[in-house]
Design a protein around this ligand. Sequence first.
Ligand code: SAH
Length: 233
Amino acid sequence: MPTAIVSAMHQELAAVLALMPDEHKQVAAGREFWVGHLHGREVVVVLSRIGKVAAATTATALIERFGVQRIVFTGVAGGIAPGVARGDVVVADQFLQHDLDASPIFPRYEVPLYGLSRFATDAVLTDRLDAAVRHALPGTRVHRGLIASGDRFVSSATESQALQQALPEALCVEMEGAAIAQVCHDYGVPFAAVRTISDRADDDAHGDFVQFIEQVASRHSAAIVDALLMRSA
Ligand code: SAH
């Protein structure tokens, strides 16, 4: 059964597709899924699209239509914890939706009817992804912990400081991970995610982000995916 490789930006997807000898396109849910092999292993590569709902649809289609056995997300994020700098890599242990608030009926951040605010990634797949990152990008600083997702490109110091105060454990902020983690929780499908820090979610975030995607992020994603699939059992 295939492994899904998901990214939000097409520069990253292009770099992963370039590693595949035999990909062919299948369209479902208005998305292009690339089915083929990487290091002899079956993979399905797709753009999540941006934001939580789009990412949830993509994850659901991967599971329901393509029968994927595990989902690996690779992308970029804005650093919010002190010391999580541009060019560092964050491997997710847990995800939370920082923009979810059904209080006072449910505690802030809790997903109604789940009794949970945090969704854990799969421990075994996450360890393998962590090892792949260290193998592919020696010398890169790797953090591991909580990632906060929400439907906002966080691009002001005021907002990132408020997030940091509300969620001191959150290492970085992005727009898809918690949605995929919740879908994978529902279906019992292992999920792991890695994000390269493209910006500090502050007033310079937008300029930093555009430049970084072109120069660094796509190379990182392809190298990590390559190392993961080469080393997988
Ligand atoms: N296409 C737009 C921005 C894309 S949104 C542009 O070119 O400006 C940013 C993507 O990168 C999302 O998929 C999100 O997951 C991630 N990301 C990177 N930095 C982020 C930040 N500061 N806040 C939220 N998401 C961020």
